[in-house]
Write a protein that binds this ligand. Structure first.
Ligand SMILES: *[C@@H]1O[C@H](CO)[C@@H](O)[C@H](O)[C@H]1NC(C)=O
Ligand SMILES: *[C@@H]1O[C@H](CO)[C@@H](O)[C@H](O)[C@H]1NC(C)=O
Ligand SMILES: *[C@@H]1O[C@H](CO)[C@@H](O)[C@H](O)[C@H]1NC(C)=O
Ligand SMILES: *[C@@H]1O[C@H](CO)[C@@H](O)[C@H](O)[C@H]1NC(C)=O
Ligand SMILES: *[C@@H]1O[C@H](CO)[C@@H](O)[C@H](O)[C@H]1NC(C)=O
Ligand SMILES: *[C@@H]1O[C@H](CO)[C@@H](O)[C@H](O)[C@H]1NC(C)=O
Ligand SMILES: *[C@@H]1O[C@H](CO)[C@@H](O)[C@H](O)[C@H]1NC(C)=O
Ligand SMILES: *[C@@H]1O[C@H](CO)[C@@H](O)[C@H](O)[C@H]1NC(C)=O
Length: 415
């Protein structure tokens, strides 16, 4: 007994010492981690929304990225910096923070892209450990791009080529974009290609409902991603992912108007795409053309596995639950092909609300590669304005659990 008490008091002394050491380390660490603050204005930027601040921005990036100390590069508040297309390359010497309090705005005319890569505006390549935050705004000023798009302008000449992605990361690691507004993107607002360990949280992403291809957050060949606490209201998908993506968490999102949350389109031009381990939960979708969607082109290969959509509320959504292995977004009909991206192990749990169209659940899978292990659990979708909605399935196998309204159309076995 006495021995036990002694041991215990020794232990608590030891714990106190460890805690003290941690405090000392913390404060000395804070001194050792001194950081340097640079602002765009230090590099001669004007910030009146008219002057060309591109070179100042590039110089500031070069200085911050090459800094021996952790740098915070600030875009000062209450100013607007007009920035022509730039390529910002990493890796940087230390972690870097881009603190955007003011506004970064693109040139309005697509003609400014003459002789440049038309797909890029703010293009950030090869960074490791970059965070973007600060409460400010990144404005793609995309109006003229949308007006010239063939998706909107039905007479020639119209623009068939893809406009720039507003903020595009490629080959990156450990990037977070948090607490800023992205608006009026020329095309996708925030996109990541071949990145890993990404956070896109506390964002406001806004563009008109009729702006073409203005996806909110787009992932391509990217893994370990957290997309949380965002308001996304654009003319295309709120969140979309293509290529090979895995370990994606999408949570607490308000989406709409727009096209909803989309896996795909996968398998375009017979590519092999692999999507796995995606969790989408606690999302409110309002006035969107789709709710949660998986779409793939005929002739594609690969798979979409282990997907879970949970606690989703739909308000006046045109296709609340949709899986489409016959996706075809081109003027001429798509040729029928036997290969398809395999859809397996997809759960829809606690999905409720209203459908803007009669068919609330639409699952169209391929003859050769049917959808398997689907599950509908506690789903209640009714017509906007009252009345019952319907469900349709083709080559779709799985089970229903709990209450499922409209009644499940999944087939049990595919033998
Ligand atoms: C603005 O500056 C950038 C970088 O110097 C340059 O590439 C671009 O052509 C300039 N734009 C105009 C309209 O002068
Ligand atoms: C995804 O990225 C690959 C290159 O990694 C590219 O070939 C492909 O076109 C991209 N897909 C989309 C939809 O952007
Ligand atoms: C996805 O991964 C598969 C298998 O590793 C590969 O064949 C395919 O090219 C990848 N797709 C892309 C778009 O990188
Ligand atoms: C996809 O295929 C079509 C013709 O089938 C071709 O015109 C187009 O360039 C291809 N796209 C890509 C990204 O390879
Ligand atoms: C949905 O669309 C209707 C009709 O355009 C509009 O009145 C309503 O405000 C929209 N709801 C939201 C939340 O945007
Ligand atoms: C529902 O959405 C449709 C368009 O899809 C729109 O016309 C209608 O006004 C919306 N209704 C409400 C109540 O928001
Ligand atoms: C593909 O098959 C469907 C159903 O058999 C048929 O209605 C459609 O015309 C075919 N499409 C083409 C382009 O051959
Ligand atoms: C489904 O939702 C409707 C509309 O909110 C509600 O009236 C109905 O009771 C619900 N049905 C079930 C089985 O929960």
């Amino acid at each position: 007994m006495a021995l036990a008490v002694t041991t215990r008091s020794h232990l608590s002394v030891l714990r106190a010492l460890v805690a003290l050491a941690a405090v000392v380390l913390y404060f000395s660490g804070a001194v050792a981690d001194a950081r340097v603050l640079l602002t765009l204005d230090d590099f001669g930027a004007v910030g009146d929304g008219i002057a060309n601040d591109t070179q100042a921005f590039v110089n500031a990036w070069t200085a911050a990225c090459g800094s021996e100390q952790q740098a915070v590069l600030a875009v000062p508040a209450a100013k607007a910096y007009r920035i022509w297309p730039v390529q910002l390359a990493g890796p940087c010497k230390k972690k870097l923070k881009l603190l955007i309090a003011g506004t970064i705005v693109a040139p309005a005319s697509p003609d400014e892209w003459a002789g440049r890569d038309p797909m890029k505006w703010l293009y950030i390549y090869g960074v490791d450990g970059l965070s973007v935050s600060g409460g400010g705004t990144i404005d793609g000023a995309g109006q003229e791009w949308w007006a010239r798009s063939c998706k909107r302008k039905k007479t020639q000449p119209c623009n068939t080529r893809s406009p720039p992605r507003a903020v595009h990361f490629e080959e990156c690691r450990g990037v977070s974009v948090q607490g800023v507004t992205l608006q009026n993107g020329q095309q996708f607002h925030l996109s990541f290609t071949r990145c890993r360990d990404v956070k896109a949280n506390f964002l406001r992403v806004v563009a008109p409902a009729d702006s073409p291809n203005t996806d909110g957050i787009h992932l391509n060949d990217t893994s370990h991603v957290q997309i949380m606490d965002n308001l996304i209201s654009t003319g295309d998908d709120c969140v979309s992912m293509v290529g090979n993506c895995s370990d994606i968490r999408v949570r607490d999102i308000s989406c709409g108007p727009g096209h909803g949350i989309s896996i795909g389109s996968l398998g375009k031009n017979r590519t092999t795409d692999r999507i796995q381990n995606v969790r989408v939960d606690t999302c409110l979708l309002t006035n969107t053309t789709n709710g949660v969607r998986i779409k793939s082109w005929q002739g594609g290969m690969g798979f979409a596995h282990d997907l879970r959509f949970e606690s989703v509320v739909m308000k006046n959504v045109s296709n609340p639950i949709i899986i489409d292995q016959y996706y075809c977004d081109q003027p001429t009909p798509c040729a029928n092909q036997t290969e398809a991206v395999e859809v397996r192990k997809v759960e829809f749990v606690d999905v409720r609300g209203t459908s803007a169209t009669a068919q609330a659940i639409k699952i169209a899978c391929s003859d050769a590669v049917p959808c398997r292990e689907l599950e509908l659990r506690n789903v209640n979708l009714t017509l906007e304005g009252g009345g019952a909605a319907s469900a349709s399935c083709y080559k779709a196998f799985g089970k229903a659990a709990g209450t499922v309204v409209p009644g499940s159309c999944l087939a049990r076995h595919d033998s």
